[in-house]
Design a binder for this molecule. Sequence first.
Ligand code: MOS
Length: 707
Amino acid sequence: MTTAPTARESSVGTAHTRVEGRDKVTGAARYAGEVPFAGLAHGWLALSTIARGRILSVETAGALAMPGVLTVLHHGNAPRLDTDYIGLLGVPPDPTCAVFQHDRVPHLGWPVALVVAGTPEQAREAAEALVVCYEEEPHDIAFTGEHPDAYPVDGHVPAVTGKGDLEAELAASDAVVDAEYTTPEEHHNPMEPHAATARWEDGRLEVVDSNQGATWVAGDLAKLFSLDPASVRVRSEHVGGGFGSKGIRAHQVAAVMASTALRRPVRVVMTRRQMFSLAGYRSPTVQRIRLGADAGGRLRALEHRSVSLTSTVFEFVEPSASVARVMYDAAAHHTANRVVRLDVPTPTWMRAPGEAPGSFALESALDELAEKCGIDPIELRARNEPERGPVSGLPFSGRGLLACFREGARRFGWADRDPRPGLRREGRWLLGTGTAAASFPAGAAPSTAAVTAEADGTFTVRISAADIGTGARTALTLVAADALGTRPDRVRVRIGDSDFGPAMIAGGSMGTRSWAWAVTAAADELRERLTPGTPVPPEGVTVRSDTTEAIGALARKERHSFGAQFAEVAVDVTTGEVRVRRMLGVFAPGRIVNPLTARGQFVGGMVWGISMALHEEAVRDPASGGHYGADLAGYHVATHADVPHVEADWIEDPDPDDPVGIKGIGEIGIVGAAAAVANAVWHATGVRHRSLPIRPDRVLLAGAPGT
Ligand code: MOS
């Protein structure tokens, strides 16, 4: 034993491998689809094969006669659910999760039945043999920016903002950009598919699930099934990725229905293909940007309008125009998010909802303006740094954008860049570099935590946090160790259990910050409670915290993380292939709790930005209303060979209003990344690509110098 140091070094800020890492790589960590239960039955979802219409009949007799089949649930025999409530996120539930409530079919891949059997194979075979008769109606899945039915929706942000005379300022501008940008339908594809097992035990419903918030899912299940919230427990210990897709969904509800009907545990797992219609996705966007600037590049006019789509059963808006409300000001400043309802599944949050597609359009347009003004793109941004929130008028709690650009430019070697496009060639490759800005809101939400001093001198933290692969469990271990004045190996952090009380979800880049706040508050109070020299009783000493009041007292400010993205690309003029050669992101993201996992978060977001720029695109067949190739063969994501040297780093940027200094890092890595790649493709080829992904056929069609 070494002697304990008297003044303890901070654990926050030091690299720490995942506390559950060994369990994960050895397979000891069990995921929701593999936790064993005695008497487990397996449900298989049957999905609609039409894109719009009515179910005439579900002919169950044949399926029920098949080996091992226990029951078939559908709208004709399923229990009624209560969907008339406002959920944790302040909106009513998406009726998509309330399965088997009526005979309407609003999109292809809508759940029409659950076949339950003794094995997954038996359930699958019967589900595939199930005969469902439909009355089909004509469907409309055609998404365009000019759709006549597009309308503004106030989502979690207002739909429309505006000040100043746009046309007058544009007319008085020396340089004008007026361009339309499009992004395609994109899917989360977390590595672990959605999976839930439901069972009743001692009068309580227990659901073992893979989600981004155990109390979120538990709360919705209690409401849907009209149960006492105290009688519902959701556990979600290990989660193989979520990215916004893992909330309350059809599989948990179907599993609870079946478990209730059969009085035994029932598991429902989504297939990769089913996830394309049941797990949510990012809406395609059509965005129009108009910028007007004086000869020095200072913006006089900024308009950012976005149209996205949603289903006919729920309003979800991809708020792509909102990023302009934070980034740049102008005398005339107008933004609008509109939505059109089509016969498609409901989209949902996907990593940096709004900011990811919005930054592609806005940061591409800024690059076009820099070209028109003959000003370096970084200098253009420096000349347009707002003093206050362009729309809110509020001061920024911190705005590290230019510091990120300075550090990024130095490390990337930006000063040597010749701004002229289409000049650098290496064999058949044209080379170019590009940059773009990034931002993402930094917030915190009320959470509760319990910290226990154990009799053996260790500590246990209990919080209904979710570690969806981010390293949140490890981050909270470091935070708790510092707050308790002890070493991380003396702290056990237990998460992913709704019985630990309400807490923020792993979402909005707000999870770790919100949970760390609650853990710190409980640990601080526990330290005051413990008397040095007095032994801890056998049952331990537990202190609970609730940060509702503390977070409510935060002064109103513009709170964001910022970043600067840099990319170098090579474009093959003979095949149209774009390869990213290197990428650098420098962020002002608040205090970094664990550099090891934080870097993973940033790099992961940037890799996704490469994927968004060059690969990802879900395409629907107008005839069926469903996808071509709803799988990872048809839907391309960047893999190892597509990903070059990606570097992420950060500058000192602690949030003075946060007990730990955290802002949040989950989403900003993808923001601006696709624009940096697209701007580099322009620099390489002299051709602007305003539609993602920048596929080889698009590069070839657009032409390039030397082709
Ligand atoms: Mo994130 S898209 O809030 O999971």
